[in-house]
Design a protein around this ligand. Structure first.
Ligand code: ADP
Length: 286
């Protein structure tokens, strides 16, 4: 069987003077696979992104990238293997879309950063993939939030790394632009057989786009596997401490999730205080 593109072996990570941010994480992602990381605020998702991108060294355990220990690789070597789309949008005052996307080529260029034909080709492909060709000469600062997010993704794609990591790519986007972003990522993962880790808060988007899901809480991996195994009523309740209705979309059989109104109000010892219309649903077999 093919070796994982990303592998965490019993990884523990901590911040200086801080408590453990990740503890005993075992996790892998293969080429062509999109793994969504879910979990409440403070669960360790961003810390996981930092470990995977080489920005934070594990205190214990080992992170491996394309079969090599990440600890032995320099920043340039890591940047040729891993492209990261951070939270937020790129701050690039004065730069055009094309110039920002060309920045993704830096790990492949020499000291003078002169663009080769290969660089031009990669930038053109990334611009096309993110539907940015018509905007390529525009200053990034003048674009909408959704367009700027696509620029950040195009820059990461131009990097042509085999591992792609995204931290909340759909955050702050309206639903159409969020869908566009998820679709671009899904298509690139399939076409280029990328190994992709995406941190999401949107459970419905996770159920639509993930091949596998990792559920984090308090720095530990609660579950890791197929959507049907991980995104269950009970596991999501344990992770988020929230009452969710788990349904099945009749159009494609995928799961969907709805918050149950009023379920967080009275303590479980006093369920009779819940108004009848907001009682949690009986159906809890998912
Ligand atoms: P998430 O992305 O899931 O919201 P984080 O990975 O940001 O969670 O945080 C995990 C834990 O690490 C939290 O307890 C958080 O307070 C702590 N933490 C995050 N960043 C830092 C930092 N720079 N310094 C110290 N502690 C941090």
């Amino acid at each position: 069987m093919e070796e994982p593109a990303i592998e965490l072996r019993d990884v523990t990570a901590r911040y200086p003077a801080g408590r453990l941010a990740l503890e005993g994480i075992c996790f892998d992602v293969r080429a062509g696979e999109l793994c969504v990381v879910l979990g409440p605020n403070g669960a360790g998702k961003s810390t996981l992104v930092r470990v995977l991108s080489g920005a934070l060294r594990p205190a214990r355990g080992e992170a491996r990238l394309l079969g090599r220990p990440l600890a032995g690789m320099d920043r340039r070597a890591i940047a040729r293997c891993v492209a990261v789309v951070p939270q937020g949008i790129p701050s690039a005052p004065g730069f055009t879309v094309r110039e920002v996307v060309m920045m993704g080529r830096a790990p492949h260029q020499g000291a003078w950063m002169r663009a080769s034909g290969r660089d031009e080709e990669a930038v053109l492909r990334a611009l096309g993939g993110c539907d940015l060709l018509d905007l390529s000469g525009r200053p990034v600062a003048e674009l909408s939030g959704g367009e700027q997010k696509r620029v950040a993704i195009a820059r990461a794609l131009a990097q042509e790394a085999r591992v792609l990591i995204l931290d909340e790519p759909g955050a702050h986007l309206d639903i159409r632009h969020a869908i566009e972003v998820h679709e671009v990522v899904r298509r690139e993962v399939a076409e280029r057989r990328l190994a992709c880790v995406t941190v999401l808060h949107d459970l419905n988007a996770a159920a639509q786009y993930a091949d596998r899901v990792a559920l984090l809480k308090d720095g530990r991996l609660l579950a890791h596997g197929a959507i049907e195994e991980v995104m269950t009523y009970r596991r999501l309740k344990d992770a988020f401490d929230a009452e969710l209705y788990v349904g099945v979309n009749e159009l494609d059989g995928s799961r969907y999730f709805l918050p149950v109104r009023g379920a967080r109000g009275p303590s479980p010892a006093e369920p009779e205080r819940l108004p009848p219309q907001s009682r949690p649903p009986e159906r809890r077999d998912l």
